[in-house]
Design a protein around this ligand. Structure first.
Ligand SMILES: Nc1nc2c(ncn2[C@@H]2O[C@H](COP(=O)(O)OP(=O)(O)OP(=O)(O)O)[C@@H](O)[C@H]2O)c(=O)[nH]1
Ligand SMILES: [Mg+2]
Length: 356
């Protein structure tokens, strides 16, 4: 058994009397190799200017850090650089926020040249307003969580240089986007339909791509298993061929600068003829996850694209209310989904019908 895990205290903040659920943050941390050893929550109206949470709560966190020998404290909100610095001074251990954890997962997952550039861009944009907050405590963590990825190695650069880097990266990504636009046009003119898998992270998008295309994409019970979009050609019968694209999973409270950085990847969503919105119906929070996905689709101007709601993991015993219920893993009801796709794509009255 590994014994070199970082141990974390998770801190959740809520408004009103809503239940504060830290299970997603715990999964995110687990994906980074951080084990959760304690949780503390607080309901607040407005964030404290110094610590975000109240100073009495900070003392409580400090006591728990000492008691559990935690090596890091992870907040389920986005923290400014100065708050991270104040908290680290008071607590004596590294402090991460939700965005930093997500960025770290992205950094360890990116494989394609474009994916790496996007992560670097997101890291630089995240770090720019936080340069003064770097106390060096992060570097002491066992796994160096939050220190991975090309964007982190450039912390020593000054502000102006980081601005230059950001501009250069945006230009490079724009060039890659133009190449992709061209191949998209070629695919479009070949009469194939572009269908895109979207959905909350871990809902089963890659598994569905594998089942439908009989390929072996990386699927894992971890958040953000897929970062680079993959496309496979699928024959649906009835003379219909689609190009099915897997995409990066969506997640609640993804910082705006991340969505911007991944914009070129998300172009495949924006220009799709049809979206398959994959939902993990066995997740107790799936309604909320659907809302998050719809919100991101709106942000990237993709909310008007024709969509089939695909309720996955029905093998776990939960029946969906509408849409198409499937089990991607057990190949259950996939034929029904395929005929639904054909039906929609071939609908004479639909504006997305292509001339072949
Ligand atoms: N029980 C059950 N598990 C499934 C089903 N489909 C996928 N899974 C599991 O759910 C987990 C996530 O599946 P992925 O296909 O990696 O999910 P994803 O949406 O691609 O996730 P990200 O790439 O992280 O956004 C894996 O452990 C799969 O084996 C299903 O129909 N039933
Ligand atoms: Mg995936």
């Amino acid at each position: 058994m590994r014994t070199d895990y970082d141990k974390a205290i998770l801190v959740g903040v809520g408004q009103g009397s809503d239940y504060i659920d830290l299970s997603e943050l715990e999964s995110l941390c687990q994906t980074c190799g951080i084990v959760t050893v304690g949780q503390i929550t607080q309901h607040i109206k407005d964030p404290d200017v110094t610590y975000y949470i109240g100073s009495g709560k900070v003392d409580e966190v400090h006591a728990l850090v000492q008691e559990t020998k935690a090596t890091v404290v992870v907040f389920d909100v986005e923290l400014s650089g100065s708050k991270v610095r104040n908290l680290e001074q008071k607590l004596g251990v590294a402090v991460l926020d939700r965005s930093k954890v997500i960025l770290d997962i992205f950094a360890s997952r990116a494989q394609s040249a474009e994916g790496k550039l996007q992560v670097e861009l997101a890291q630089l944009k995240y770090n720019l307003p936080r340069l003064a907050g770097n106390s060096g405590l992060l570097a002491k963590m066992k796994n160096s969580v939050g220190m991975r990825g090309p964007g982190e190695k450039k912390l020593e650069l000054d502000r102006r240089k980081i601005h230059d880097e950001i501009n250069a990266l945006e230009k490079k990504l724009e060039k890659l986007k133009q190449t992709r636009d061209l191949s998209r046009k070629q695919a479009g003119s070949s009469g194939k339909y572009a269908v895109c898998l979207v959905g909350y992270t871990n809902s089963g998008k890659s598994t569905l791509l594998n089942t439908m295309a009989k390929t072996q994409e990386y699927a894992e019970d971890k958040l953000f298993a897929t970062l680079d979009p993959k496309t496979a050609r699928v024959f649906l019968g009835d003379d219909v061929q689609i190009l099915l694209t897997d995409t990066v999973g969506f997640i609640d409270r993804l910082p705006h600068e991340f969505i911007r950085a991944f914009e070129s990847t998300l172009d495949s969503v924006r220009y799709a003829d049809l979206l398959l919105h994959v939902v993990d119906v066995s997740n107790p929070h799936h309604e909320q996850q659907i809302a998050v996905v719809n919100e991101v689709l709106k942000k990237i101007n993709a909310s008007k694209i024709l969509t089939i709601m695909v309720y996955n993991k029905i093998d776990k015993g939960i029946a969906p209310k509408g849409g198409v219920g499937i089990s991607a893993k057990n190949n259950e009801n996939i034929d029904c989904l395929k005929s639904e796709i054909v039906c929609i794509l071939k609908d004479e009255n639909h504006s997305i019908r292509r001339d072949k």
